[in-house]
Write a protein that binds this ligand. Structure first.
Ligand SMILES: [Zn+2]
Length: 326
C-alpha cells in the first residue's frame, strides 16, 4: 500500500509476519528519480508488492537511485541488497549500522559470541540454540549490499529539491539514524520513537560497556531539541504530540527499571531468573529471549547507578541488591 503524504512524499506500507504486522518505508520523488528510506522486509511477495505500489504511481523499481537506512534490523533493511542489485541504487547508512550488518554476516563469530554471552546470563544451551535458529532464519533474508558512503551525524543531505539532516539516534540499534526535514518539519524516525510501543532495547553482545538504556534516553533528548511538527515512524501512524510521547516512553523505562530492581535482593540471581520471575513462563521462546534482553538492559543501568552489583556464580553472572547500610 502506498499513500502520498504530501507532494512527492510517500509512505509505503509492507506486511510482515512479526508481531507488529507491518512496516513503513518512505519515498521521495524528484521528477522520475526516487529516494527510498528503509526497504521493508524481504519476505515472499514483498518485492512484487513494492513493484506494484510504484507502478500505481507510474514509477518503477528502476527509478530508485538512493536508499537511506535508519538501521539494519531485517524489517527495515533486508530488501536493500536486492534493490541495489536490480537498480544500482546507492545505499547510505551510518558506519555503526554497517558494522552491525557486517557482524551479522560473519555468522561463525557472531554465533560463538552469542553462545558465550547468553550462557553467562543463565540461559540453557537448548534455549540458546533456539535463538540461534531464529537468528539464522533472520540472517538468511538480509540480502547482501554495499554501502556507497557513510552518513555523518548532523550533516545535511540533498535530493533534488529536498534537504534533510542526518541525526544519529543510537539506542534501539547502535547505528540507528533519523532523518529530519527542517523546512517541512518532519522526522523519519525509523524505530527510534513509535506511537504505541516503547522500542525494544537490547545489549550489544560484542560490547559489555554499551549501555542501551542510557544511550537511548540520550538520543531521545537529541530529537526533543528539534522543531519537529510530525513524526513518521517505521511502524504505526504518524503523530504530532512528540513531547507527550517522549514523556510516556521515559516513564515506561523508569517503571520497568524499578520493577527489575524490586525483583532483586541479597540472594544472587541470573538475568534469566529475574526475567522469568518478571515476565513468567507463558511467553514463547523468542519472546522470552526479548524479555531477557530487556531485563539485562535495566540491570546494566542499575549496576551503573550503583544500586546493584554483578558477581559470578560458577560460569554465570548474578546480580544482587547493594544493601544501603547508611
Ligand atoms: Zn528495529
Amino acid at each position: 500500500m502506498i499513500n502520498e503524504i504530501q507532494t512527492n512524499f510517500y509512505r509505503i506500507t509492507l506486511r510482515m509476519p512479526y508481531r507488529l504486522k507491518h512496516v513503513h518505508a518512505y519515498l521521495l520523488a524528484q521528477d522520475k528519480e526516487l529516494a527510498l528510506f528503509d526497504t521493508g522486509l524481504n519476505m515472499p511477495g514483498a518485492y512484487e508488492t513494492l513493484e506494484k505500489d510504484l507502478a500505481s504511481l507510474n514509477f518503477s523499481i528502476n527509478n530508485i537511485r538512493h536508499i537511506f537506512l535508519t538501521h539494519v534490523h531485517t524489517d527495515h533493511c533486508s530488501m536493500a541488497g536486492l534493490l541495489q542489485k536490480k537498480t544500482g541504487a546507492k545505499i547510505y547508512l551510518s558506519a555503526a549500522a554497517f558494522e552491525e550488518y557486517q557482524h551479522f554476516r560473519q555468522a561463525d563469530s557472531a554465533v560463538k559470541q552469542l553462545k558465550k554471552f547468553y550462557a553467562r546470563q543463565g540461559m540453557t544451551s537448548g534455549q540458546i540454540d533456539m535463538v540461534i535458529e531464529e537468528y539464522e532464519d533472520i540472517r538468511g533474508i538480509i540480502t547482501e549490499f554495499n554501502a556507497d558512503n557513510y552518513l555523518q551525524n548532523n550533516e545535511i543531505r540533498e535530493f533534488g529539491d529536498w534537504k534533510f539532516e542526518v541525526i544519529f539516534t543510537p539506542g534501539h540499534a547502535a547505528g540507528h539514524t533519523c532523518f529530519f526535514f527542517r523546512k517541512e518539519g518532519f522526522l523519519l524516525a525509523g524505530d527510534h520513537i513509535l506511537p504505541y510501543i516503547a522500542p525494544i532495547l537490547s545489549p550489544n553482545i560484542f560490547d559489555d560497556n554499551f549501555r542501551p538504556l542510557a544511550t537511548y534516553l540520550e538520543s531521545l533528548n537529541d530529537i526533543e531539541k528539534l522543531p519537529i511538527a510530525t513524526i513518521y515512524p517505521g511502524h504505526g501512524n504518524a503523530f504530532i504530540d512528540l513531547k507527550e510521547r517522549l514523556e510516556e516512553i521515559r516513564l515506561h523505562h523508569k517503571k520497568r527499571k524499578k520493577m527489575v530492581f524490586d525483583h532483586l535482593n541479597v540472594k544472587p540471581k541470573t538475568t534469566y531468573a529475574i526475567s522469568h520471575e518478571m515476565f513468567g513462563s507463558e511467553l514463547s521462546d523468542f519472546d522470552k529471549f526479548l524479555a531477557l534482553n530487556e531485563t539485562l538492559t535495566y540491570l546494566k543501568e542499575l549496576q551503573f547507578e550503583g544500586a546493584i552489583k554483578e558477581g559470578m556464580a560458577g560460569d554465570v553472572l548474578v546480580y544482587t541488591r547493594i544493601e544501603n547500610t547508611g
